[in-house]
Every structure is written in structure tokens, then in C-alpha cells.
Design a protein around this ligand. Structure first.
Ligand code: ZN
Length: 95
């Protein structure tokens, strides 16, 4: 599964579960085993702020299956069609 790292998977329709801002982090956690014996999982969406706030708790209390962290796109302007326009803020000194 090759991910296109230049384009975000999350778009403006994904909103933070905590505050309703645009989500830049998606976390898949195991929520239990269903009747068929398969692992059920839930999705959580967070903005950058709430990802920082809640991630340690989720990691401590849940079985995290996958984390999609696209906070790097937060410093760039992302159009609704997913096209990224390069932003100056993305170039940090020393990185
Ligand atoms: Zn939030």
C-alpha cells in the first residue's frame, strides 16, 4: 500500500471529534471483537491541538491499529481538491 506522501488523505470534510475544526490526524483503535470473531475498530479524528492532547491517553488505554498524522500539512495551504500549495511556514530552520 503505497501512500502518496505529497498529498493529504484527510480533507476539509474531516472534522475534529473534540472541537469540530479541520482534522489532521486520524486514529484507528481496536474497540473489541465482533460476533463473527473479527476485530472491530473505531476511527477518531482530531485537529492538531486535540491530537497532542489526547494521543497519550489513547495510546495508554487503547490498542492503536493505525495513526494517520497529517499535521505536516497544517502549515501549508490545502485546497479542497487535495492539491497542496507549498507554504513558507513548512520550511523550518534546522530541519
Ligand atoms: Zn480539536
Amino acid at each position: 500500500m503505497a501512500a502518496d506522501l505529497d498529498k493529504p488523505s484527510l480533507n476539509a470534510s474531516h472534522r475534529c471529534d473534540a472541537c469540530g475544526s479541520r482534522a489532521y490526524v486520524r486514529v484507528n483503535i481496536e474497540t473489541g471483537i465482533n460476533d463473527a470473531g473479527y476485530v472491530d475498530n473505531g476511527e477518531l479524528f482530531w485537529c492538531c491541538h486535540h491530537a497532542r492532547e489526547h494521543m497519550p491517553v489513547i495510546k495508554a488505554r487503547s490498542i492503536v491499529l493505525h495513526i494517520l498524522d497529517e499535521t505536516r500539512f497544517l502549515t501549508e495551504h490545502v485546497k479542497d481538491d487535495g492539491h497542496v500549495i507549498e507554504g513558507q511556514a513548512a520550511k523550518r530552520p534546522g530541519t
